[in-house]
Design a protein around this ligand. Structure first.
Ligand code: DQA
Length: 137
């Protein structure tokens, strides 16, 4: 299947950013592991810190790809625009978080993505991405 991982703001700093919460691996390195773990899928990866760029990417892939694994990061909790984009497209979206957002500050309990996502996976570290990809097998 043709699957894309889309990561939102500050996730370009994975490995350096708050390693106690988000771990010590960069996403570029972890993406190589994902490609090895799931050779049956055609995986691609996109990251942006810009809300509009994430919306553009959802529009670009959202009618042709088989699945989107989406960690909207902080925009999860704030972005009506990203929530509307997920609603507007046809490709199923799995919302992913590295940390268990429900065990953290209350503002992280709200998601504008979840109501229109196929499912939500949170709290398994970078393995959250494995679990999301496995759901397409
Ligand atoms: C995150 C959780 C968000 O609350 C936070 O803003 C992030 C990362 C996660 O993957 O755990 O940047 O989406």
């Amino acid at each position: 299947m043709k699957l894309i991982i889309i990561n939102g703001p500050n996730l370009n700093l994975l490995g350096k950013r708050e390693p106690k919460i988000y771990g010590t691996a960069s996403f570029e390195d972890y993406f190589k592991i994902l490609q090895k773990n799931f050779p049956q899928h055609e995986l691609s990866y996109y990251q942006s810190n810009i809300e509009g760029a994430l919306i553009d990417k959802l529009h670009e892939v959202g009618f042709t790809y088989d699945g989107i694994i989406f960690n909207a990061a902080a925009y999860t909790h704030t972005s009506v625009g990203l929530g509307d984009a997920v609603k507007a497209i046809e490709t199923p979206v799995i919302e992913v978080h590295i940390s268990n957002v429900h065990a953290r500050e209350e503002f992280r309990h709200q998601s504008f993505i979840a109501p229109n996502a196929k499912g939500v996976i949170a709290g398994f570290g970078l393995q959250s991405y494995d679990l999301a990809i496995a759901s397409f097998s």
